[in-house]
Design a protein around this ligand. Structure first.
Ligand code: FMN
Length: 200
């Protein structure tokens, strides 16, 4: 598939990758295994460490995406923006378990990742390629809390929205990230307020 925004995509140095999730955006989680691929929405994703960067995401046992993550040991997080609000809600409402192409059903296109099999989602503004950490403690957290811990292997962002390690205050409104309130209602990222450095 053609990626219309590929000319704006830039690699993000791994020590800066945590910043892509630092402000709590809703993400699209994608995974692939054995010729199947899928995507779902997740609001419960966050950074866990700086370098090497790690993330956590809650993936319910009933999701088809989780089946593919457990089989492949990897997943991608793509950060959608305002223009993808309907598609993100669709990805969080439909299941790919019995669909031949959930991406198309949700109006989502995808492109090839650099380090993992899972596809990345076109039209998003940041992308993190993640390998699940599969130790006994992590396995317990997966079973008990649906909590996946993963290392970030590669990160990219749209330079119109994220540059020099920061989300830009002057990004176009349609490219701003989504923050789920519930029931398909999202806040859209907006004003940046730079707090004054406290006196030492
Ligand atoms: C905005 C939004 C955020 C969501 N966040 C999460 C989440 O953090 N974790 C989760 O397990 N499910 C979450 N869901 C629900 C899944 O996306 C949903 O169960 C999805 O249909 C699973 O798709 P699948 O079976 O094709 O993998 C969310 C849904 C929406 C609409």
């Amino acid at each position: 598939m053609t990626d219309i925004a590929s000319s704006y995509r830039r690699g993000v140095p791994l020590p800066q990758a945590y910043r892509l999730l630092n402000h709590g955006p809703t993400v699209l989680v994608s995974a692939a295994h054995g010729g199947r691929r899928n995507v779902m929405a997740a609001a419960w994703a966050m950074p866990l460490d700086f370098d090497p960067p790690k993330v956590t995401v809650v993936i319910d046992k009933n999701t088809f995406t989780r089946t593919l993550i457990e089989a492949s040991g990897s997943f991608a997080l793509s950060v959608p923006c305002r223009v993808l609000a309907d598609a993100t809600y669709a990805a969080g409402s439909l299941s790919g378990a019995e669909r031949s192409d959930k991406f198309a059903d949700c109006g989502l296109a995808h492109f090839t990742a650099q380090r993992i099999e899972a596809p990345l989602i076109e039209g998003c503004v940041a992308w993190l390629e993640c390998r699940v950490i599969a130790g006994p403690h992590e396995h317990h957290h997966q079973q008990a809390y649906d909590l996946f811990v993963a290392e970030v292997l590669a990160a990219q962002a749209d330079e119109r929205v994220f540059a020099d390690g920061r989300w830009r205050a002057d990004s176009p409104p349609e490219l701003r990230t989504l923050h789920h309130q519930g029931g398909g209602a999202f806040f859209v990222a907006g004003e940046t307020v730079q707090a004054k450095k406290p006196a030492a």
